[in-house]
Design a protein around this ligand. Structure first.
Ligand code: CTP
Ligand SMILES: C[C@](O)(CO)[C@H](O)COP(=O)(O)O
Length: 215
């Protein structure tokens, strides 16, 4: 069984409005991305991790690794114009002998090794494992006229990463043309008819998106 993980960090972080891509910002003296990679290195060897970065930022990442004396030996790949394209770039680097693949946002540094391991164990049994948490707030649906009504929050979960799948399903699903409603890998696999199994995530596993999240 050879499992792989693609860490997608190919975005520009436009909503963070920082001078550098948000995955390179420091959190307790270390780049956010280094925290994330260290969590995955607790579960998988470096040879089974693929890091996707913006093509123009490869040199900056190398310099940051030098600065922080972080030399994990992880293969880095140039990303694409969207998250879907970046995942596809990472996928192309996985050998055909692979069995499962996890995809994780480089900007979710608080993921626990236990959740990563559970996602592989569940995907091995069921073919997919998509991390999600229950909704804690009340939820309302809003129509085009701005009228809203309450909905049953028990029918919704908030989706996180990692999202882990059988590699054969994943390759087949990612061969399709990109669709505007592909917001994560689960939506891509579902579009091709593959079943999505949810596993329990953690509220601390936030995606660092805006300055509030960083604080
Ligand atoms: N072309 C892209 C776009 C996004 N991502 C990655 O997908 C994850 C989730 O995306 P998001 O939080 O939206 O990151 P950005 O695209 O960087 O942010 P923004 O949308 O604010 O520009 C991030 O780790 C991001 O680096 C990627 O690998 N390639
Ligand atoms: C993949 C994801 O983190 C799951 O919640 C999310 O869909 C990414 O969304 P974004 O629009 O790229 O921020």
């Amino acid at each position: 069984m050879s499992n792989y993980a693609i860490i997608v960090a190919g975005g520009s972080g436009s909503r963070m409005k920082a001078d550098i891509p948000k995955q390179f910002l420091l959190l307790r003296d270390k780049p956010i991305l280094q925290h994330t990679l260290e969590r995955f290195l607790a579960v998988l060897p470096a040879s089974q991790l693929i890091l996707v970065l913006p093509a123009r930022e490869q040199d900056s990442w190398r310099a940051l690794c030098e600065q922080h004396q972080f030399f994990p030996g992880i293969q880095t790949i140039d990303g694409g114009a969207s998250r879907f394209q970046s995942v596809r770039c990472g996928l192309a680097a996985i050998p055909t002998t692979g069995t499962l693949v996890a995809v994780h946002d480089g900007v979710r540094p608080f993921i626990s090794p236990d959740i990563i391991q559970n996602s592989f164990d569940t995907a091995e049994r069921l073919g997919s494992a998509v991390t999600a948490v229950l909704v804690k707030d009340s939820v309302r649906i809003v129509d085009a006229d701005g009228r809203s009504r309450a909905v049953d929050r028990r029918q919704y979960q908030l989706v996180q990463t990692p999202q882990t799948f059988r590699l054969d399903w994943f390759r087949q699903a990612f061969a399709v043309d990109e669709q505007p409603f592909f917001t994560d890998c689960a939506s891509v696999l579902e579009f091709s008819g593959f079943p999505i199994s949810l596993i329990e995530g953690a509220y601390e596993n936030i995606k660092i998106t805006t300055p509030d999240d960083l604080r």
